[in-house]
Design a protein around this ligand. Structure first.
Ligand SMILES: NC(=O)c1ccc[n+]([C@@H]2O[C@H](COP(=O)([O-])OP(=O)(O)OC[C@H]3O[C@@H](n4cnc5c(N)ncnc54)[C@H](OP(=O)(O)O)[C@@H]3O)[C@@H](O)[C@H]2O)c1
Length: 233
């Protein structure tokens, strides 16, 4: 049960032991969410969960499991793995995904994965990493693209963030739920980025942000301005 007595609805963070997954786990743990950190190695997942527990300084519903077990135990799946591992991992996890699940994909197809620069992206046949994910999950699983432009370094800190999260999906309900999760992170505003095909634009922005970070030694994010307040969650 969650703090307010509602049934716990876990979020499984697949590949959650890296900076992006750990940052999201920390922020959502602070927001009272139930988190399962997934890893290819169950022990590494448990160690990551323990690290979050220590960071929180009080018992919180954060556990660690091997990716497949984490996937089977949740119907909100947050995918935070490098592009080079994304397709094979989704294929491996497919049998463990339950109908009606949501896969939130933060994958950026960086050229660094094949020995290129982190400030460049790779062409993905389907149009984006998120669309590649959508092609690989079971039909009854919705894919949402989000969190590409958020600095993992800042997510893993204690201060409110100064950035917006653009959420793209062909499933309006899944997108809404993802925007609500994004808005639980202090300082983050969530925006409807339209259809999943727009993920190709959002993924590309990350490469630009990485270049800005390298040149300026910073942790760049994005803010979308000029929309009516109702556009921001
Ligand atoms: N870092 C950022 O600031 C940031 C911001 C926005 C989006 N992203 C995107 O979010 C994703 C994760 O970023 P990250 O920096 O956290 O990545 P990462 O540290 O390179 O990887 C995250 C985790 O993925 C698992 N993993 C690594 N290679 C794998 C493979 N070949 N197959 C399956 N699992 C693998 C590892 O966990 P185990 O070894 O425990 O399985 C690793 O701890 C990337 O696609 C990145 O582009 C990152």
């Amino acid at each position: 049960m969650s703090a307010n007595g509602a049934p716990a609805r876990p979020i499984a963070i697949i590949g959650g032991t890296g900076p992006a997954g750990m940052g999201l786990a920390l922020r959502w743990a602070r927001a009272g969410e139930t988190i399962i950190i997934g890893s290819r190695d169950a022990q590494r997942a448990e160690q990551a969960a323990t690290a979050i527990q220590r960071r929180m300084g009080r018992p919180v519903p954060v556990s660690g499991m091997e990716n497949k077990a984490a996937c089977a135990a949740a119907d909100i799946l947050m995918l935070t793995v490098p592009f080079e591992g994304q397709a094979s991992l989704i294929k491996q996890l497919k049998p463990a995904m339950t109908a009606g699940s949501i896969l939130i994909d933060a994958t950026v197809p960086l050229a660094a994965g094949v020995g290129g620069r982190a400030s460049r992206t790779l062409g993905v046949w389907q149009g984006s990493a998120a669309q590649q994910a959508a092609e690989l999950v079971p039909e009854e699983v919705s894919v949402v693209a989000a969190f590409h432009n958020v600095s993992a370094e800042l997510l893993g800190g204690d201060n409110p963030l100064d950035c917006d999260v653009i959420v793209c999906s062909d499933d309006a309900d899944a997108a809404q739920l993802t925007r609500e999760l994004a808005a639980k992170i202090p300082g983050v505003r969530a925006l409807d980025g339209g259809k999943l095909e727009n993920a190709r634009i959002v993924e590309q922005i990350t490469a630009l942000l990485i270049g800005l970070n390298v040149r300026n030694k910073g942790h760049a994010g994005i803010r979308i301005t000029g929309l009516p307040p109702a556009a921001y969650l």
